[in-house]
Design a binder for this molecule. Structure first.
Ligand code: NAD
Ligand code: FES
Length: 275
């Protein structure tokens, strides 16, 4: 069993947990993820290893469906049934001098270990971070420890620029040159960032989180088309150079699962009408 040693509510939708998982922690690298099961009947929940030390890992999750709601019911002192990892290919750290991180909402969590690694290796790192409201800007204090500049955007204008992260990035590109941009957030945000970056000749890396089941390349569920070829996010990613990704296909599949998930959650969580 894997004990939860710390839990923090980051906003209405998003929570952070520190979980004791020494094997995973000892071997974790930026870009790796793990799969959690809350109990023995639980679905497998893939989550980025946001931080780690010798014995524990930090995960951040959004309460979206049945399984993340169950996870959210666990408190510090409780245990998780299993934690498998580290999974996925560690981030390919490019030989670049300047990096612009672009974080959309919960995407701030998977972006964190990557940007931190670039900063550790001496790159000048800036960040554009966006969310629906000020409360949805995640890990800002942590990012301040190594980012040169941080630029904010909120959909409702409650902090920083009122609008999308891509608008802030485009403004930056008028005066600044970056060797690489790493964009992580909703698919539509990553797609629009790639289009923008192509216009300004900036390379883009992204992290993908399609629905995963086994996390070992066997089920084919996390497939993604990259440069016309099928790749699996769990074993070939989750990080990919973004230019060749078929985001439209991913969005169609994600919408399919979202409507299925709503249906399943209603069945599992709503009491049966016995009348
Ligand atoms: P959200 O919908 O609140 O959007 C976050 C930010 O993304 C917005 O504030 C905005 O700045 C930007 N954005 C949104 N739509 C945009 C558009 N059309 N063009 C440009 N920028 C846009 O996001 P959320 O609810 O915090 O995150 C949920 C989404 O993030 C889910 O779809 C989830 O799958 C995805 N996600 C991805 C990863 C990953 O590894 N890629 C990890 C966690 C979550
Ligand atoms: Fe099954 Fe990736 S989750 S192949």
């Amino acid at each position: 069993m894997y004990e939860i040693t710390y839990k923090e509510i980051l906003n209405n939708d998003v929570e952070l947990m520190v979980v004791n998982a020494p094997f995973v922690a000892k071997n974790a690298k930026p870009g790796n993820f793990l799969i959690v099961r809350v109990d023995e009947f639980g679905e497998r929940i893939p989550l980025t290893i946001v931080k780690h030390d010798e014995t524990s890992v930090t995960i951040i999750y959004q309460k979206l469906g049945y399984s993340t709601t169950l996870l959210s019911q666990k408190q510090a002192g409780d245990s998780l049934f299993d934690v498998v990892g580290p999974l996925g290919v560690p981030t390919h750290i490019r030989d670049v001098k300047s990096v612009l991180g672009i974080a959309g909402g919960v995407g701030s969590a998977p972006l964190y270990p990557q940007l931190e690694e670039y900063a550790k290796r001496g790159a000048a790192v800036d960040l554009v971070i966006g969310g629906r409201t000020k409360e949805h800007l995640l890990l800002v204090e942590d990012y301040k420890k190594f980012c040169r500049n941080i630029y904010f955007a909120t959909d409702d204008g409650s902090f920083g620029h009122k609008g999308f992260v891509t608008q802030v990035a485009e403004e930056l590109y008028q005066n600044k040159q970056y060797d690489l941009s790493i964009a992580i957030g909703p698919l539509i945000m990553m797609k629009n960032t790639v289009l923008l970056n192509k216009k300004y000749n900036v390379l883009t890396d992204v992290s993908l989180n399609p629905i995963m089941i086994d996390g070992t390349g066997m089920c084919g569920n996390c497939r993604v088309t990259v440069n016309g070829e099928t790749r699996f996010a769990c074993v070939d990613g989750p990080d990919f150079p973004a230019e060749g990704i078929d985001f439209d296909e991913l969005m169609v599949r994600q919408n399919y699962y979202k409507s299925e998930e709503k249906h399943i959650c209603r069945m599992k969580l709503e009491p049966k009408d016995e009348s």
